[in-house]
Design a protein around this ligand. Structure first.
Ligand code: C2E
Ligand code: CA
Ligand code: CA
Ligand code: CA
Length: 280
């Protein structure tokens, strides 16, 4: 216990200094990236497990850093949230996805629903332009259910700042809602019935050991049964093997997303793989 006490002191080591410096550089670069549009939206298909067809797509941001190359969103989204840059970035992703969906409808005659990750910070921000999203969809003449917003469990526990009002406004406008990373947050199941949620996404940490860990299979089955009884469809994330797909299908899971089907890809690749008509 004495050792623990001593170790609790964190001295400012050179490596921490480096870390702090790296963070500052990243913040500076991120501001520049927003101005200079160094981002790109990738699309990952979400597959209907009953017929193995593409059901919809998730938009996932990519940052092409001029020197560092591709920077993972896992690295820069938290910084974007801390600095408030997530507001501009989030609106940009939304516009790209909405315009892409409209372009695909023009070109292929299909309206593919696109899921967009929305950070809790965006919901809490005063200047969150959720009304603008609805207006933009109208401008593009997109069905409002052409867009789905992915939120995480923590948001539902946050009664403040009009979160539930905003979710209701989405609902009224026909925008669908997915509960992302289900099972990893501090969820209260009561919120599942309080909010009208369309899709529940089983986190990849449950999907990962589906073949080897019977407990994970049991959890997945229970989540699927519960979600269905509450009127939600279920998407399993991180599906990487055929066996996982089979176990999920047998358990009644509606949709799957993962490397087994496809990694997130640039729009042109998504088109070529999933949207080209047979004549082309
Ligand atoms: P997420 O929303 O849970 O997205 C799923 C992540 O799992 C993506 O990582 C995706 O590439 C990855 N993935 C998909 N299939 C598989 C698989 O079979 N195996 C494994 N190991 N991974 C798989 P990505 O694109 O690196 O994004 C990481 C996180 O960054 C996202 O997690 C999301 O929380 C955040 N993010 C990405 N784009 C945006 C955005 O536009 N806005 C916001 N607010 N957050 C974003
Ligand atoms: Ca997501
Ligand atoms: Ca997720
Ligand atoms: Ca519902």
């Amino acid at each position: 216990a004495k050792d623990q006490g001593r170790n609790r002191f964190h001295y400012f080591t050179p490596s921490m200094q480096e870390e702090a410096r790296y963070r500052m550089v990243l913040i500076r670069d991120l501001r520049k990236a927003v101005k200079q549009q160094e981002f790109e939206v990738y699309y990952q298909p979400i597959i209907d497990l009953t017929n193995e067809q593409v059901y919809k797509a998730e938009a996932l941001i990519r940052w092409h850093h001029p020197e560092r190359g591709l920077v993972s969103p896992a690295e820069f989204i938290p910084i974007a949230e801390d600095t408030g840059l997530i507001i501009d970035i989030g609106n940009w992703v939304f516009e790209q996805a909405a315009m892409q969906s409209a372009a695909w409808r023009e070109k292929f005659g299909v309206e593919i629903q696109i899921s967009i990750n929305k950070s809790p910070i965006q919901f809490r921000d005063e200047g969150d332009s959720f009304e603008n999203w609805i207006i933009k969809l109208q401008e593009l003449n997109l069905a409002s259910n052409g867009i789905c917003v992915e939120i995480t469990e923590g948001l539902l526990l946050d009664a403040s700042m009009g979160v539930s009002e905003k979710l209701l406004a989405y609902r009224d406008a026909g925008i669908q809602v997915s509960l992302d990373d289900f099972g990893t947050g501090y969820s209260s199941l009561a919120y599942l019935k309080k909010f009208d949620i369309d899709y529940l996404k089983i986190d990849q940490s449950f999907t990962r050991n589906l073949e080897s860990d019977p407990n994970d299979a049991t959890l997945c089955e229970a989540i699927i049964v519960m979600a269905h009884k509450l009127g939600m469809k279920v998407i399993a994330e991180g599906v990487e093997t055929k066996e996982q797909q089979q176990i999920l299908s047998a358990a009644g899971c509606n949709y799957g997303q993962g490397y087994l089907f496809s990694k997130p890809v640039p729009y042109a690749e998504f088109e070529a793989k999933y949207l080209k008509t047979s004549e082309q």
